[in-house]
Write a protein that binds this ligand. Structure first.
Ligand code: FES
Length: 85
């Protein structure tokens, strides 16, 4: 799975860098580093609801208002179940 964290200007100001760092830790913690390609992305077109994270599964899952604080909760509830082990 590819996970793209938006680093467009609006999301950048809202803390994209911290979200990427949080996701790195979370992928390690859940032992799925090998199964997920974590990338930075240009503007994903949902600036008002940033930080935006796009997960490319067979369908595209968009996460909005992602922060370092809620990243693990969002990952565990919405993304982890979609990762093919
Ligand atoms: S800057 Fe992130 S969605 Fe536009």
């Amino acid at each position: 799975m590819v996970i793209k964290v938006c680093v467009g200007s609006s999301c950048h100001l809202k803390g994209s860098y911290n979200v990427i760092e949080a996701f790195k830790e979370i992928l390690k913690k859940y032992d799925v580093e090998d199964l997920v390609d974590l990338q930075a992305s240009f503007c994903l077109g949902h600036c008002a609801q940033g930080v935006t994270v796009q997960c490319e599964t067979p369908d595209t899952l968009l996460l909005h208002n992602v922060s370092a604080e809620n990243a693990e909760e969002l990952f565990a509830s919405q993304v982890y179940p979609l990762i093919q082990k």
